[in-house]
Design a protein around this ligand. Sequence first.
Ligand SMILES: [Cu+2]
Length: 400
Amino acid sequence: MSADRRTEGNVRHVGNRSRMTRRRLVAGSLGVIALGGVGTESAAHPMATPAVQSSGPGKTREYFISAEEIDWDYAPSGMDMITGERLEDEPEAAVFTKPGPDRIGRVYRKAQYQAFTDETFATRVPVTSAWEHLGIMGPVIRAEVGDTILVHFRNRTTFDASMHPHGVRYDKANEGALYADGTSGTDKLDDAVKPGDTYTYTWEVPDRSGPGPADLSSMIWMYHSHTHEIPDTYAGLVGPLIIARQGAADADAVPTDIDREFVTLFSVFDENSSSYLAENLKRIGSNLSTVDLDDEFTESNLMHSINGYVYGNLPGLTMKVGERVRWYVVGMGNEVDLHTPHWHGETLTWMGMRMDMIELLPMSMRTLDMVPDEPGTWLYHCHVNDHMIAGMQALYTVNA
Ligand SMILES: [Cu+2]
């Protein structure tokens, strides 16, 4: 079946702190980002409504996206929304979220891709309630097979950055990745966009970039900065790219056989390796030469998050009974980033199989469908014990 739906679609430990030794990757400082949403308020219409040139198959979808520096709060409520306790009252949660001498706490300088309305980069495309759950991620970039995507990227961070897409078709001038690939001149300009500069990426969406025979009517790829990939992505420069099968989408490239979409990113953001480590240390009156870079400090900066939120702070995962809900679930990070997202209360289908969890490795990209039939507020969490304790938990709500 092509465009039709073949799908239909806790736990909390208070253990000791014997967490596994994690690698310290105290990288230097590099830098960068933010979130952008767009589009109509309709639940099915995500992001930035791109400027569309021409009509019919083969539209050109034009986006204006900048990398912005922001202060990001991993737990804006100050609460563990799973237990109802204050984070500071929970020893396990306080490890990651409580600021103090030589502890950054829960607010970090980060970078985020944000969508703007035009080439002036003056007016941000509003993030609608349907997409506030994207959190630290950049705006959804959308296309239908046959389209061309134009992204005007402005780097408003203090470090070189880029946009590197997965899955779509690009040449060497549009790959957005810096490495010794034998290219030179204009083929290098996309690799590292300087602070203040703008670069336009052109990405094509041929058949091989869209849903395959066993895929649903749409699928997800990721885009991220790949100038200094590790510090760039830990800084926050990552976002979703959703491609619909030709003929299976509306004028905005939104699949017509679903009612709602969610994108969730499971990643242990290693703030020790972010472009902003030095900046974050400076803010607590410390620096790389004076801070005690011991295991406890390193541990405190491993933010076990879903879309950049910990301990149930992820907002906006709200739907209704009977809706056709598509979940795009992705992973990112290091060897600790083996995640097993688990939905309480409902089931999903993936690749024609029924499940209530899915396995993720770094940069895994999965598309699942759900038709919720049991109302309630349900736990949605990584099932890896260590990750649960460290805050990789969220809630989603199914309204009757
Ligand atoms: Cu996990």
